[in-house]
Ligand binder design. Sequence first.
Ligand code: GDP
Ligand code: MG
Length: 296
Amino acid sequence: MFGFIRKTLSSIYTQFTSKVRTLFTRSVVDQETLHELEKILISSDTGISTTRTIITNLKAQVANGSIAQGSDLHKALGEQLVALLKVRPYDYTADIYLLVGINGSGKTTFAGKLGFWLKGQHKKVLFIAGDTFRAAATEQLNSWGQKIGIPVVIGKEHQDPASVVFAGCEQFKTGDYSALIIDTAGRLQTKVNLMKELEKIKRSIEKQLPGKKIATLLTIDAMLGQNSFEQAKIFNESTHVDGLILTKMDGTGKGGIVFSIIQELQIPVAFISYGEQPEQLSLFNPEQYVTDLLSE
Ligand code: GDP
Ligand code: MG
């Protein structure tokens, strides 16, 4: 049985999994083996401090004899990686999804996939095109809507996004919808402006749709690796983020980025996204990710 990573995220397989697996076949694991592992972890964007934590723990286990051979290393590394991914569980029961993240990070594409996923669960889904700054952005969401059969609430170009959200919430109520996906602009304004805009949108939703559960999801482009942090942090400091979406996982070989992102932001990953097709989306499960990352 080939794992998800080998089948779907082939670049992670060649750049991380296949390399780390050669260590698991060693009959003896020593300091030199851990040094090789350290290099693999660093080169896959696991991050300096996360890598240091992992290696320090493994060194202690080599010293006390609990890691002697490759198979012991496989098990011990797996346990540590899973623990690093478990910040808090992500709750998949939201009614309303507010998508935030920088321009180009994959919000609109993810909106389409999320809509497709929710439809698969027999939800009646509505999109709101909250990115009113570029006509092309609205057009892009519209074409996803047409492709998968989800109506899209559209404002005028440069209209205040909160007022488009207002109109969308009205349509949600009158049309008896059960799931709402709000795509937003990814302008990197000042933190204060961004905060005000997102708070205004959230207040509008809370007022019009009281009792509905809102999930704010932050998209992060996995291909950018360590460079994605600074921008992600601005969003995280501007609003409460419930879950992360790691996008373009098909384009990165840096399977370690997931660990450094979660360690840095302390927010659970809700979904991973890979490719341009509606079904190229997976719920993120820490145990499964690590099992796939470390196995054939
Ligand atoms: P937005 O500006 O945040 O809404 O980002 P978009 O959804 O428009 O995505 C930016 C670009 O990345 C587009 O060309 C998408 O087709 C592409 N893209 C988005 N998600 C993925 C993905 O998971 N894999 C790949 N390969 N490309 C993606
Ligand atoms: Mg967009």
